[in-house]
Design a protein around this ligand. Structure first.
Ligand code: FAD
Length: 350
């Protein structure tokens, strides 16, 4: 659940940009070292690529976890981080990062929360994920009221006439779940061609729903939106034969994929190398002292874009941030198995 937007800037030891697997583990490592943490992601949920791109696919190379899906890994990471109660801010894009005279950083998210952080970890992956939109005049005005992109929670749409646009797993999952609901008055799946890409089991569900008439499949694309008194009533669909027809609807769910966008990061003044942030491999600090980069967004000799590598980077970045902010706390390395301090921070002892 995303934290509410406070009126005043949030003061924190560390601000993590990106709630992908590496950003979440970063929050854990920072919390373990006693630093307060806030995490911001433009997506409405945690997990980064793991949830946005392959939520239900298996991952086999997480140490100690022989197999788990992208979603399961994210749930585990969130649970692991929970003892430190990091502020989680979803649906907000970090737009500005500016050093302040007192050594802190000011981080802005437009109309969303603002932060003053003593250190910043950029775990922005391949960039901020933004849904591909349907470029038809008039649809944008209905976003979040009748037009939704990749919504997670389908309950508000049950009992409504829904048009789902897309041809991959994300679109098919949503179309099937809604069409299978006993209160569904009818669901239409719209795609450019009669060819869908998903696991065999999901394709079979879609085929069965088509056969029993619970799901209409329409091949074509939206060319116009029709609204009356602020309400989207229908869209025009142009089919493969060049014939236009109106499709009435209450809700339009668009699942045309997500595209990563480096976005505002490119304007912060940090040195970039082929759209990646070069780092010092001992600390994962960027060219700006106090600003670190971990996970897919960084680059260094031998870099591998793997989750396990990001976990290592996050661990070293957390130690570097703690050493910089609290040099007096530097000392022998502590283990979670034996350190009373770490176990207290983990909430295991009083
Ligand atoms: P991401 O997961 O990309 O998360 C970054 C987050 O930052 C995103 O949620 C994004 O929205 C957010 N963000 C970016 N900019 C901003 C901003 N300005 N403001 C707010 N939020 C922002 N790796 C493995 O190790 N094993 C595998 O089996 C494996 N399988 C894969 C399968 C596929 C299909 C794909 C695409 C990748 C796979 N990977 C795998 C790679 C792995 O998913 C990535 O290495 C990992 O997700 C990187 O994590 P991250 O946290 O650095 O970045």
């Amino acid at each position: 659940m995303s934290a509410p937007v406070p009126a005043a800037p949030i003061d924190t030891d560390a601000l993590v940009i990106g709630a992908g697997p590496v950003g979440l583990f970063q929050a854990f490592q920072l919390g373990l070292l006693g630093l307060s943490v806030q995490v911001v992601d433009v997506l409405p949920q945690a997990g980064g690529q793991c949830v946005a791109l392959y939520a239900d696919k298996p991952i086999y190379d997480i140490p100690g976890v022989p197999v788990c899906t992208g979603r399961e890994l994210t749930e585990r990471l969130l649970r692991q981080t929970a003892p430190f109660q990091p502020g989680l801010h979803f649906g907000h894009e970090v737009q500005t990062l500016r050093p302040l005279d007192d050594g802190r950083f000011e981080i802005g998210t437009g109309a969303g929360p603002q932060f003053r952080a003593r250190s910043v970890v950029i775990a922005a992956g391949v960039g901020a994920f933004t849904p591909r939109r349907i470029k038809v005049a008039g649809l944008e005005a209905h976003e979040q009221r009748q037009v939704f992109h990749h919504p997670d929670d389908l309950t508000p749409f049950v009992g409504q006439r829904v048009l789902v646009v897309g041809g991959d797993e994300a679109a098919l999952q949503r179309a099937a779940a809604l069409a299978e609901h006993p209160r569904s008055p009818g669901v239409t799946l719209l795609h450019r061609r009669d060819q869908f890409s998903a696991e065999a089991e999901l394709l079979a569900r879609i085929a069965a729903l088509r056969t029993n008439g619970r799901l209409q499949v329409c091949i074509g694309q939206i060319t116009a939106a029709h609204a009356q008194s602020d309400r989207l009533e229908a869209v025009t669909v142009l089919n493969a034969q060049g014939v236009e027809a109106q499709q009435p609807l209450d809700v339009l769910i668009v699942c045309q994929g997500l595209s990563p966008r480096l976005g505002p990061l490119a304007d912060w003044g940090l040195a970039l190398e082929r759209k990646l942030l070069p780092v010092d491999v001992a600390t994962f600090e960027t060219a700006w002292p106090g600003v670190y980069a971990v996970g897919d967004i960084n680059t260094y000799p031998g870099k591998k874009k793997l989750i396990v590598c990001g976990f290592h980077e996050a661990t070293l970045a957390a130690h570097a941030a703690r050493d910089r902010l609290r040099p007096q706390e530097r000392g022998p390395l502590l283990y979670t198995t034996s350190s009373a301090l770490l176990q207290r921070r983990l909430g295991l002892t009083g």
